[in-house]
Each structure stands twice: as structure tokens, then as C-alpha cells.
Design a protein around this ligand. Structure first.
Ligand code: AGP
Length: 609
């Protein structure tokens, strides 16, 4: 959610932190702030709104010092105002925080009784006062932080400074991500790698319950009892270029256009055309082990949940294995039926989504075997899984997930092949066909992107609508859900996705001239039925844009628009329809003048429950 950056080194901290925060702005952009330490004094600048406001303030009132911490916020407790912006100060202590402190009210009451004065409505401010309170008895800042952390309940990634010790910066983590970049005696701390990748690619990934103490060009990692922990930096194989727009007007469009390459990346080195099979290096399960599971349980949130639902259609049909699809935030709290005979598959772009991570832990506590599908390498979900299928989509910065979704679909398709080959539901010939379809996919994604001008016309026509409906049957149903989510997220048009056959059971009452209906009508076994559903809409005066398969001149004849999406086979055509619907949402949002990379109220990875 929020983004954190810290710096200790030989350069002015403020510009280093600001450039890191810019890379994290996609994580939260309600307000922002920086604190630096100079000649034993801390100074703070904060502003509400996007980072550009903070940048303006810093131009007028620069900060100096070679130690500093910064934050860009996605509000949970307290409105996005300047007083609620981080860093927060309690006495001599300044804190930036990502996460939620669940017991902050009781802690606040205790601290108020002890004379602490609170300025903000946030849960985070309590941490600064708590550390300040502990400093009254502790001999060092490090000890005070350790004592304070033991009182906190909830999730946190923290950077802490104190005027009482102007040579020290402390970072700590429990439940929210935190990495430390090392470049000689310079240290870059961040909640996400993109913030610091331009400075160094040597990174230490902190684990829950760890603290990092930076002092005089050194770092020591400890646990909460003060025991040293040996951590070895890893070389992160990402190019800083991935975080640039490369000539595109925004990250979302860039990422939509990266999909042909992303599809190549997720399949690279994994296809075994002769064997009609795939090799998923992170799966770590033999055929015999795969056959030992009674059922699969796919668990995720948002767009990743839509991928999970599409996965159910793929796996049940092709492998004849029962698949449950679970919304992660519900799963954990409803005593789920998983056991050692269940293969649980959390799906997550970021690998840090708190709900999905909690669901993973719940499943693990019930002995389930966990294989996750993640994009971000070494993310918490990936690290806590028994196996991982990485989607290799590359860094996704646009808040609306695009290439992460299509690569998740491809990863699930490959998993389908693997499971089907293992249990014999997919024979050699079919396996080969499926691999051939995968090999053809990147070019077809490229062709789908060429539909953009036609899609822009559709968006122009329906631009004044307040609502929209997306219809699909079979695997097109989760794609319809995803299309609707994309439109809601970035254009703020209310949209719903329905199984086309469900229309007549209620939503059809909504049909009128103001409600565009986007019908997904690939040339699959559902086409005849989908055509009938489309007719039901048109008969009631509804306005339809039909997304058909290439060569199908018939289906869209009575629709206001008929777009022809390349055909990639029954399953993989879903990927192409998803791409087309991304362009629909994108064009609506751009024509309405919306910020597609940072839509209101959203954040890229949702690290609170
Ligand atoms: C995608 O457009 C959304 N912003 C959101 O639904 C996202 O997919 C969801 O929060 C899950 O994120 P994850 O894949 O990183 O776990």
C-alpha cells in the first residue's frame, strides 16, 4: 500500500529519497513526506496529494543531511491530509510506517496518560510516541525500538530516526515488505525494490521479526531479542529501465503493449513440444505427488482472482480435477476445508497482498501443500510457498493489472498441461496441440493490440455512460468480470460482468439506451447461446458492442459495433479478449482525462487486510 524509502550514506538524503518515492508512487498517493537528520536535528516536510506537491515544498524549503526517511501514503486510518501524512513525530522519534497497528487505540490511551500529545488520526503516530516512551528507560535507540515492537500488534514495515541518536537509522518488518539495498557503505531501504534498483542491485530481503540497524556505514541485522542474524545480499536481476515509460504516455499503455513479450517470457524454457508437456521449474512435484492431491484450491484477490476463476475452467475441463476458487479475504475466516490432500495455489502479482498471504498461512496451518503463482520474485507469498510458478511479466507499475493478468492465465494454462499430462487426461497429441497454441500466442496478442483504433471508437460512442455490462460464457465469464473491473478501476464507470446466461435472471432489467453491453462472443462451443443472449439485449433496446472471433461476420451483424479478435483456440482466446478489454478500459479512461496509472483510492499492492 504505502511506500517507504530510507537512506544513509554520503550524499544528500532528500533527493535520493524523493527519486525512490517517485518509483513507489503507484503504491499510494494520498500524501507524502520526508524527514532528514542534519547536525543532530530532524526536519520534516509533508504535503497532501501527489508527490509533486512535496517536490514543490522541498524546492521552497530544502532538507539537508545524509540520513533520511520518506513515505508515500495510501490512507487507512485518518484522511489524506498533511497532519496525517508520514513521517510522524513523537518527542525525539520520527517514524514512517506501512501496515496497520491493530492495537493502536489502547496504546494511544496509555501514552496519553503518560503525557504524550497526538496530532494525527493515524495508527502510525502511536509508534513514534511508543519508541519515544521506551527511550526514557532504554540505553539505546535500538533497544527502545525493540521494546516498542514487542508491544505492537498488526503489520508493519518501519523506518525510524531519533534526535537522541543522530548516527542511527533503524528499519524493522513484520507482515509488510522491506528490502535493504547495499552499495559499499551506502544503504537504501525500501518497501519495494523499484524504489532503489537504480542505486544498487545488491539487496537483502528482510523477513518478519527482523530489524536492521544502520550506523556509521555499517548494517547489523538482528531479531527482536537482539540476536544477530547473518543475511547475504542477493543480486537482483532487474533492469532499472523496466521502471521507465520508454516513450509511452503512461505505464499502463506500456504494460499493455509489453504483453507479447511477457507471454514469451512466461513460457520461455518451459515448453516441451515433443513431449506435449511443460517443465515448471519451481513446481517441485513429481507426477506421483501431483496425483496424490484430491482437489486444487486457487485463492487470490481482484484481478488475480479472475485469473483463478479462469484457471478453474481450464483445469476442471482438461484435467478433470476438482478446483475450488476462493476469495482470499473470505477464505481465512470461514474454517476452510483444506487438508494435506489439497494443493493450494495462491495467485498474486505482487506476492505481498495481505489477504492472499493470510490465506496461504491458513492453508499451510491445515497441512495443505502450497504452490503459488507470483510475478514478483522473492516476494512474501513466493518465499512462504513450497513451490512457485513465476509469471516473469516484469515490473508492473500501472495500478490496473494488465500483463500480470495475461501471464497468470498463461501460467495456469501451462499448469493445466502439466496436471493433464501427469494424470493422463491430456494425451500426447493434445499436449502438443496445446503447446503449439501457446507458441502462436505472442503474435496473436500483437495483432489484438492493432484493434486499438476501433476500440477507441467504441469508447467514444459510449463515453457518457455511467454504467456498463460485460457478458461472457465459459472461460469468457471471468474475462468479462476482469473487463468490468478494469473499466471501474480506471474510468470510474460502474460496470458488472455476468455469465451471459444469467442476464435473464435479473440484470436484464437494467437494459436501456444508457447501458452499453459488451458481449464476448468467441467462436467456441458457447457461441450459439451467446448470440441468443445478445439478441435478448438488442430486442430490449440495448446497445451492444460484440467482441467476436476473426472471420465471424455473422455474430456482430445486429450489434452497434463488431470487433474481430484473433482466434487462439478455445482457452487461449481468453487471453486475447482480455487484452481487448484492457484497451476498452484504457480508452474510456484516457478520453475522460483520468490518471490511468494512479486511479483514485487504489494502490498497487494491498498489504493491509
Ligand atoms: C488489479 O487491476 C487490481 N488493482 C487488484 O484487483 C489486484 O489484482 C489485487 O489487489 C490483487 O493483487 P495481487 O495480484 O498483487 O495479489
Amino acid at each position: 500500500m504505502c511506500g517507504i524509502v530510507g537512506y544513509m550514506g554520503c550524499h544528500e538524503a532528500s533527493p535520493v529519497i524523493m527519486s525512490g518515492l517517485k518509483m513507489l508512487e503507484y503504491r499510494g498517493y494520498d500524501s507524502a513526506g520526508i524527514c532528514t537528520m542534519d547536525l543532530g536535528a530532524v526536519e520534516i516536510r509533508r504535503s497532501s496529494g501527489k508527490l509533486v506537491n512535496l517536490e514543490r515544498l522541498l524546492n521552497e524549503q530544502p532538507l539537508h543531511g545524509t540520513i533520511g526517511i520518506g513515505h508515500t501514503r495510501w490512507a487507512t486510518h485518518g484522511k489524506p491530509t498533511v497532519v496525517n501524512a508520514h513521517p510522524h513525530r513523537g518527542g525525539a522519534v520520527v517514524v514512517v510506517h506501512n501496515g496497520i497497528i491493530e492495537n493502536y487505540l489502547s496504546l494511544k490511551e496509555e501514552l496519553l496518560d503518560k503525557g504524550h500529545m497526538f496530532l494525527s488520526e493515524t495508527d502510525s503516530e502511536v509508534i513514534s510516541h511508543l519508541v519515544d516512551e521506551k527511550l526514557k528507560t532504554a540505553t539505546t535507540l535500538e533497544e527502545a525500538v525493540r521494546l516498542a515492537l514487542k508491544d505492537l500488534q498488526g503489520a508493519y514495515a518501519l523506518c525510524i530516526l531519533s534526535q537522541r541518536d543522530d548516527k542511527t537509522l533503524i528499519a524493522a518488518k513484520s507482515g509488510s515488505p522491506m528490502v535493504v539495498g547495499i552499495k559499499g557503505h551506502e544503504f537504501f531501504i525500501a518497501s519495494d525494490m523499484p524504489a532503489i534498483i537504480a542505486n544498487t542491485r545488491e539487496m537483502v530481503i528482510m523477513e518478519d521479526g527482523e530489524m536492521a540497524v544502520f550506523r556509521n556505514g555499517t548494517v547489523i541485522f538482528t531479531d527482536l531479542d537482539g540476536q544477530d542474524i547473518v543475511k547475504t545480499p542477493r543480486f537482483i536481476d532487474w533492469s532499472p529501465m523496466m521502471a521507465e515509460k520508454n516513450g509511452y504516455p503512461n505505464f499502463m499503455l506500456k504494460e499493455i503493449h509489453e504483453q507479447p513479450q511477457a507471454v514469451k517470457n512466461v513460457t520461455a524454457g518451459r515448453l516441451r513440444p515433443n513431449e506435449g508437456d511443460v517443465f515448471l521449474e519451481g513446481l517441485h512435484l513429481s507426477d506421483r505427488q501431483l496425483l496424490s492431491f484430491e482437489r486444487l484450491c486457487l485463492v487470490a484477490c481482484g484481478t488475480s482472482w479472475h485469473a483463478a476463476l479462469a484457471g478453474k475452467y481450464m483445469i476442471e475441463e482438461h484435467c478433470r480435477i476438482p478446483v475450488d476458487v476462493e476469495i482470499a479475504s473470505e477464505f481465512r475466516y470461514r474454517d476452510p476445508l483444506v487438508s494435506g490432500k489439497t494443493l493450494v495455489i495462491p495467485i498474486s502479482q505482487s506476492g505481498e497482498t495481505a489477504d492472499t498471504l493470510a490465506a496461504l498461512r491458513e492453508a499451510k496451518s491445515r497441512d495443505a501443500h502450497i504452490v503459488s503463482i507470483c510475478n514478483v520474485v522473492d516476494s512474501s507469498i513466493a518465499r512462504e510457498s513450497d513451490g512457485v510458478i513465476y509469471t516473469h511479466a516484469g515490473l508492473e507499475i500501472g495500478v490496473a493489472s494488465t500483463k500480470a493478468f495475461t501471464t497468470q492465465l498463461v501460467a495456469l494454462y501451462m499448469l493445466t498441461i502439466r496436471l493433464g499430462r501427469a494424470n493422463g487426461a491430456i494425451n500426447l497429441e493434445k499436449g502438443r496441440e496445446m503447446i503449439a497454441a501457446l507458441n502462436a500466442l505472442p503474435d496473436l496478442v500483437e495483432k489484438t493490440l492493432l484493434l486499438d483504433p476501433q476500440i477507441e471508437e467504441v469508447a467514444c460512442e459510449y463515453l457518457t455512460s455511467w454504467d456498463a455490462i460485460y457478458l461472457g460464457r465459459g472461460i469468457s465469464y471471468p474475462i468479462a468480470l476482469e473487463g468490468a473491473l478494469k473499466l471501474k478501476e480506471i474510468s470510474y464507470i460502474h460496470a458488472d460482468g455476468y455469465p451471459a446466461g444469467e442476464m435473464k435472471h435479473g440484470p436484464i432489467a437494467l437494459i436501456d439506451r444508457e447501458m452499453p453491453v459488451f458481449v464476448l462472443a468467441p467462436n467456441d462451443r458457447h457461441l450459439v447461446k451467446v448470440r441468443s443472449n445478445m439478441e435478448e439485449v438488442i430486442t430490449r433496446g440495448g446497445r451492444v458492442a460484440a467482441f467476436c472471433s476473426a472471420g465471424d461476420e455473422e455474430t456482430g451483424k445486429r450489434a452497434e459495433f463488431s470487433l474481430q479478435i484473433p482466434w487462439a483456440g478455445e482457452v487461449l482466446s481468453a487471453v486475447l479478449f482480455a487484452v481487448a478489454l484492457q484497451l476498452v478500459a484504457y480508452n474510456f479512461a484516457i478520453l475522460k482525462g483520468k490518471d490511468v496509472d494512479q486511479p483514485r483510492n487504489l494502490a498497487k499492492s494491498v498489504t493491509v487486510e
